[in-house]
Write a protein that binds this ligand. Structure first.
Ligand code: TRP
Length: 374
C-alpha cells in the first residue's frame, strides 16, 4: 500500500484514516460524543453517524461551553480556483445542518488570493471568476442569510490585515516550513497565507468584543493550518477553535486520494454537470467493486467497500440507513449488479443536482445578502 500524504496543498496515496488520527494527534469522534450532540440536535446527521466526520479537536470542550450557555459560531472556507465538485460539499452540508440544529452563526471565508499564490499557472483574474461561481454553490446549500457572513480576503482586507499581522508575528518561517513543507524557493505570499486563514477563527470575537467559541468543520487536509492557529490564539487572548474533520469523497477513478477538481473534471462530478454528463462519467469512470463477468458477480458477489458508487451513496447521497444496508448486502451477495448500482447512483446524483442547480440559479440574486458588511 502506498504511503499517504495529506497536506493542505497535496493529498496522495491510499489514505489510512486510523494512521492519520495518530499522525495528526486528533481524537476520534466516539459514539458517546455523538449521543451528547444528539441531546441538543434530537437527530444525528448521517455523516456523523457513519463517521464520515471521523475525528475532532476539543469538541467536548465546545459542548461544555454550549451547555453553559456559551454559544459557538461556525467557520469554514473555500479557496476559489476552479469549479465545485461533490467532494467539496461534505463540510458545507455539515455546516448547514449544524447551523440549523444549534441555531448559530456561520462565517465562510473565500481566500481569493490563496490559490493564486500557490498555483503557478493560475492568474488572479481566473481565481475571481471561480470565486463568483463558487459563491453560488455555497448559497445553494441553504444557509440562513441573517446568520451567515461571507468574508472575501481582498474585499475585506481592511478587516483582515491587522489581525493577520498579529498572527504572522507569532509564526516563524521555520514553523511554516515544518507544518506545510514549504522551502526557501516558496514565494513570500504563500509563506504569509496561513495567517489569513487563521483570522476568521477569532474575527467574530473581535467584532463582537467578547470571546466566542469557534467550531470549524473541514476536510482533514486543512488541519495543519489550524494546528498552528490553535497554538497562537490563546497567546492573542482567544479560545482555541474546535474542529471536526471529514474524510475525502474518493475521485471516480477510486485511485486513493482526495477528490481533486484540479486533477481532471472527468474524475469528479461537478455541481454544474448535466444529467447526461453524470450518466457518462459514472458509467465510464466510476471504479467498480464488481466482478469482471456477470456469472462471476452472481457467484462471488462484489466489494462495496472499494466501490466508488457505494461510497458516494454512503458518504453523501443515501440518507436512509436501511436502504444503504440493503444495497451493501445485495451487492456483496451478488444479487445487485454493478450496472444496477451505477444506475441507482446516477439517479441519486441527478436528483440531488437538479435541486442544487435550481437553488444555484436563484442564488445569483442573493449574493449581496451574504457578503459581510461592516
Ligand atoms: N484553504 C481552504 C481551501 O483550499 C479554504 C479555507 C479557508 C478553509 N478557510 C478555511 C477551509 C477554513 C476549511 C476551513 O479551499
Amino acid at each position: 500500500m502506498a504511503e499517504h500524504l495529506v497536506t493542505p496543498w497535496e493529498v496522495k496515496g491510499d489514505i489510512d484514516y486510523e494512521k492519520l488520527v495518530k499522525e495528526f494527534g486528533v481524537e476520534k469522534i466516539s459514539d458517546k460524543l455523538l449521543e451528547r450532540i444528539q441531546k441538543h440536535t434530537k437527530e444525528i446527521h448521517f455523516m456523523l453517524r457513519r463517521k464520515v466526520f471521523f475525528s475532532h479537536r476539543d469538541l467536548k470542550w465546545l459542548l461544555d461551553e454550549y451547555e453553559k450557555g456559551n454559544k459557538f459560531f461556525l467557520y469554514t472556507g473555500r479557496a476559489p480556483s476552479g469549479p465545485i465538485h461533490l467532494g467539496h460539499l461534505l463540510p458545507w452540508i455539515m455546516c448547514k445542518w449544524l447551523q440549523d440544529k444549534f441555531d448559530v452563526e456561520m462565517w465562510f471565508q473565500f481566500p481569493n488570493e490563496e490559490k493564486f499564490l500557490f498555483k503557478k499557472e493560475l492568474s488572479f483574474e481566473k481565481a475571481q471568476e471561480a470565486l463568483n461561481e463558487n459563491i453560488l454553490d455555497v448559497i445553494a446549500l441553504g444557509f440562513d442569510p441573517k446568520k451567515t457572513h461571507f468574508l472575501i480576503d481582498t474585499k475585506h482586507a481592511d478587516l483582515f490585515y491587522e489581525h493577520a499581522c498579529k498572527v504572522a508575528k507569532k509564526i516563524t518561517f521555520n514553523m511554516v516550513k515544518a507544518s506545510f513543507g514549504l522551502d526557501d524557493s516558496t514565494n513570500i505570499g504563500a509563506i504569509f497565507y496561513t495567517s489569513m486563514q487563521a483570522v476568521p477563527a477569532f474575527l467574530p470575537s473581535v467584532l463582537k468584543g467578547k470571546n466566542i467559541p469557534c467550531l470549524i468543520p473541514l476536510g482533514v487536509d486543512q488541519d495543519p493550518h489550524f494546528r498552528l492557529t490553535r497554538d497562537i490564539m490563546p497567546k492573542l487572548g482567544y479560545y482555541k477553535p474546535s474542529i471536526i474533520h471529514s474524510m475525502f469523497l474518493p475521485p471516480l477513478s477510486g485511485v486513493e486520494g482526495k477528490t481533486s477538481s484540479s486533477s481532471s473534471d472527468k474524475n469528479v462530478i461537478l455541481t454544474t454537470d448535466s444529467p447526461k454528463e453524470v450518466k457518462n462519467k459514472i458509467n465510464k469512470y466510476a471504479f467498480s467493486g464488481g466482478q469482471p463477468t456477470l456469472e462471476e458477480h452472481r457467484k462471488k458477489g462484489g466489494n462495496p467497500d472499494i466501490d466508488v458508487c457505494f461510497q458516494y451513496l454512503r458518504m453523501l447521497l443515501e440518507e436512509d440507513d436501511k436502504k444503504l444496508e440493503q444495497i451493501y448486502k445485495d451487492y456483496k451477495s451478488g444479487k445487485l449488479l454493478t450496472g444496477e448500482l451505477k444506475k441507482y447512483t446516477i439517479d441519486k446524483i441527478n436528483e440531488f443536482l437538479k435541486k442544487h442547480q435550481e437553488k444555484r440559479e436563484k442564488a445569483k440574486k442573493k449574493i449581496n445578502d451574504f457578503i459581510y458588511k461592516k
